[in-house]
Design a protein around this ligand. Structure first.
Ligand SMILES: Cc1cc2nc3c(=O)[nH]c(=O)nc-3n(C[C@H](O)[C@H](O)[C@H](O)COP(=O)(O)OP(=O)(O)OC[C@H]3O[C@@H](n4cnc5c(N)ncnc54)[C@H](O)[C@@H]3O)c2cc1C
Length: 413
């Protein structure tokens, strides 16, 4: 009996899982990858350590995807975290759970994960064609029958489109998948960068690059109204601000800016102290060190680069002896520490974003199989779809889960 022939477009997390799963379930599989190596994005994920999944329970896990999470219920019901851990364990690769429930390879990194997948596919007889960029789909009426790599036609009864999003295009995911999906009749929800650093008004953060702040409270104001409040870490970069708290809310800010709304960030640098306690602390420091200049006394409360920013913004000469500071100026300093405000005017390009938000509209995909509702025989997986999550291993788990479900259901027909 002839085997079902399945073509997988893209050898990233979701395509590799789809290809192997389909081959394990009896299909003849060809994997077409445009790069010369598989899984470039897996190799750089988690700063090279590859944060593969997360310990959060299913409802919480789904919450990390915001409104896009609902679609993932079925793929996660079929293949979730424990299945992924078992998958790796059976191949002799152990995962370890770290801070924030993040799972990483115990001994190894993203490159080992990529190599493990390649070995697995080779053992299963998957034909891997690297340096093969798919340029079009072949479909007769509403049924797929193959793909084109320029003039070269590869025939197949089923195609799994796993071409990824548009972030980090040097890893191969340059947005070509969206065009292929559109060619199949799919709607693309506008693609925007997510988990991306934000860009304040030019010059606002000068001198702060390289500064990391832990345990601060970040408030996001839209058109002057407070909309979000989070606690955690922020990182200052050259003319941008990132770190976990900022990245988590970056898509919210990106969408506000796209609607031309005014966005401000306010950082509470002393969240453990209310205004009264902070005032007492300042009075104490100023009394104990009354002959010292403001710049050195404020070092007791702020990292050096922020002392400079604070003094500039409250309009105080750094050499002023603190005994000369009156209660009005002390209130200004206190207010600044509780609400270090700056305006955001943009965000880094999608090429620098960790993931792409938007993509193929989930309403056009059957979540029980990952099959397209627009073109029979086409399945879609991973970041190409309009699903996006926080950092923490959620995005890779979604890629593996949708890849598994597509590979399984495509092979079963
Ligand atoms: C710097 C960085 C760090 C990250 N860290 C983490 C992390 O630690 N944990 C986590 O959960 N997520 C992380 N992510 C996100 C995660 O890596 C992705 O969401 C996930 O890899 C997406 O998998 P995918 O299979 O959908 O797409 P991709 O991994 O992008 O794979 C798509 C593949 O398709 C190929 N392709 C594209 N077009 C064509 C074509 N026309 N023909 C043939 N092949 C094509 C590409 O070359 C690529 O190999 C990170 C992302 C980045 C950029």
């Amino acid at each position: 009996m002839n085997k079902l022939k399945i073509i997988v477009i893209g050898g990233g997390a979701s395509g590799l899982m789809a290809a192997g799963t389909a081959a394990e379930h009896g299909a003849e599989v060809i994997l077409l990858e445009k790069m010369e190596r598989l899984a470039e994005k897996i190799r750089i994920s988690g700063k090279g350590r590859c944060n593969l999944t997360n310990h959060a329970e299913l409802p919480d896990f789904i919450n990390h995807f915001g409104s896009s999470g609902k679609f993932l219920r079925q793929p996660f019901n079929r293949f979730f975290r424990d299945d992924l851990i078992t998958f790796f364990h059976e191949k002799g690769f152990e995962l370890v759970c770290e801070r924030g429930g993040r799972y990483f390879p115990r001994n190894g990194n993203g490159t080992d994960v990529a190599n493990l997948f390649e070995r697995w596919l080779n053992e299963l007889g998957v034909k891997i064609l690297k340096g093969h960029s798919v340029t079009g789909l072949k479909h007769d009426g509403n049924e797929i029958s193959g793909v084109y790599c320029r003039d070269n036609l590869h025939r197949g009864e089923v195609v799994i489109l796993a071409a990824g999003g548009a972030s980090y295009p040097r890893t191969g995911s340059s947005g070509a998948g969206y065009q292929l999906a559109e060619e199949a009749g799919h709607t693309i929800v506008p693609v925007r960068p997510s988990l991306v650093p934000l860009v304040p008004v030019s010059g606002t953060l000068s001198g702060l690059a390289g500064l990391d702040l832990k345990n601060v409270t970040v408030r996001i104001y839209v058109n002057g109204k407070r909309k979000k409040q989070l606690h955690g870490e922020v990182a200052f970069m050259k003319s941008a601000i990132g770190g976990p708290v900022i990245l988590t809310e970056s898509l919210f800010v990106v969408d506000c800016l796209r609607r031309k709304e005014q966005v401000e960030i306010g950082i509470d640098l002393k969240p453990a102290l209310d205004q009264k306690k902070l005032d007492n602390r300042l009075i104490r420091e100023f009394q104990n060190r009354h002959q010292e200049p403001a710049a050195s006394v404020l070092r007791a409360l702020l990292p050096a680069p922020l002392v400079t920013a604070c003094l500039q913004q409250v309009g105080l000469d750094p050499t002023t002896q603190v005994r000369e500071i009156d209660s009005k100026m002390r209130a200004k300093i206190r207010t600044w520490m509780k609400d270090y405000r700056f305006k955001i005017e943009g965000f880094r390009d999608i090429a620098k974003a960790m993931i792409s938000a938007g993509g193929v509209d989930t309403r056009e995909i059957d979540p029980n199989s990952m099959q397209s509702k627009c073109l029979k025989g086409l399945y879609l997986t991973g970041e190409l779809i309009d699903i996006q999550a926080d950092t923490g291993g959620f995005n890779l788990q979604a890629a593996f889960s949708t890849g598994f479900l597509a590979g399984f259901s495509a092979a079963k027909g």
